[in-house]
Design a protein around this ligand. Structure first.
Ligand code: AKG
Length: 325
């Protein structure tokens, strides 16, 4: 079966209760599992690194992508842009889906009364799987709302639709080969994003600073708006360099962040870049990659994106609340 895209039409054909039960089960499957060290780390922590021939964010065409190539590029550069990975016509309608989820999550009345729709049907165990239950979920919802984002799992139907889409696009096989075991996802690091205007300066960070480093990860960041560079819509500011340890948080606003001075003017790192992303591109990076939401004073356009972190199904950060796939 091929998907009709990621928009409202595709969403309308889904069975809300079945999606809810399916996502609930995925969370139950890993609820009591602890990560193990049976599968080797894809990126060993802290070993000496050879400098690449050039500091850059490599780009390859979607048609050229193989797990072997992904592994080689990620090992050398820490990230890669896959141009034209997805058909634009399938991706564009996802912005309306994100609007629907954000609107449903923004309505306190709907969330409180648990008014189920295709845009808001979280699994019934969502608060109970969080490390600190409902208090954690409430804090995460507030944090997401302030940042103009929502957890994908707020709509089980959107989450299940995305999983189906990823599988149809060959991502499950690709990521299994990359991680050396089947992937899982997570409640906290699977995010639907619509940037807020005016933009606030976001902190440089490596996600491993709060997830831990003895894990296997691959983040698939999907822009749904043309963004980055001089487009006026925020892409990502990137340090185009493979790192394999967590940088110091000295001078940064949070203990998981890196100060702007250190990231963009420090001698330790390659100069930052802000590539242009097109709808249909995919951007892969891992928990050591130093990045932030692109910031410059002339940003005046909204940008939509999907952020999906995949982890090894035995090498995941438990704190991020794993979801079996
Ligand atoms: O979408 C963004 O601007 C931020 C994404 C991000 O930080 C991430 O994917 O880890």
């Amino acid at each position: 079966m091929t998907t009709s895209g990621l928009g409202k039409e595709a969403l309308n054909t889904r069975n809300l209760e079945m999606d809810r039960a399916s996502l609930e089960q995925r969370m139950e499957t890993l609820r009591h599992e602890e990560p193990s060290n049976q599968v080797p780390l894809v990126i060993p922590v802290g070993v000496d690194l050879d400098a690449p021939d050039e500091y850059k964010v490599p780009e390859i065409d979607g048609a050229e992508l193989t797990a072997q190539k992904l592994k080689a590029i990620m090992a050398e550069h820490g990230a890669v842009i896959i141009r034209g990975m997805f058909p634009q016509a399938l991706m564009r309608p996802m912005t309306a889906t994100i609007d629907g989820v954000l609107e449903a999550c923004g309505s306190h009345r709907k969330v409180k009364a648990n008014l189920v729709s295709e845009f808001f049907n979280p699994p019934k165990n969502l608060s109970s799987v969080m490390p600190n239950g409902i208090a954690d979920l409430a804090a995460l919802r507030l944090f997401s709302k302030i940042g103009g984002s929502a957890l994908s799992v707020e709509s089980s139907s959107v989450a299940e639709m995305l999983l189906q889409f990823f599988e149809e696009q060959g991502l499950k096989d690709l990521i299994t080969q990359y991680l050396g075991e089947p992937p899982c996802l997570s409640v906290k690091k699977w995010v639907l994003r619509r940037s807020e205007l005016p933009m606030e300066e976001a902190g440089w960070h490596q996600d491993g600073a709060f997830m831990g480093t003895e894990i296997n990860t691959l983040n698939l960041w999907i822009p749904l708006t043309r963004c980055g560079g001089d487009t006026g819509a925020p892409g990502m500011d990137l340090i185009p360099q493979r790192l394999n340890k967590i940088s110091s948080a000295d001078g940064a606003a949070f203990d998981w962040a890196v100060s702007d001075e250190e990231a963009s003017q420090g001698s330790e790192y390659a100069p930052s870049v802000a590539p242009v992303f097109e709808v249909g591109d995919a951007f892969f990076f891992d928990h050591f990659y130093l990045h932030r939401t692109q910031f410059r004073p002339d940003i005046d356009k909204q940008r939509y994106a999907i952020e999906t972190w995949f982890f090894g199904s035995t090498t995941f950060p438990k704190s991020q609340v794993p979801i079996a796939w």
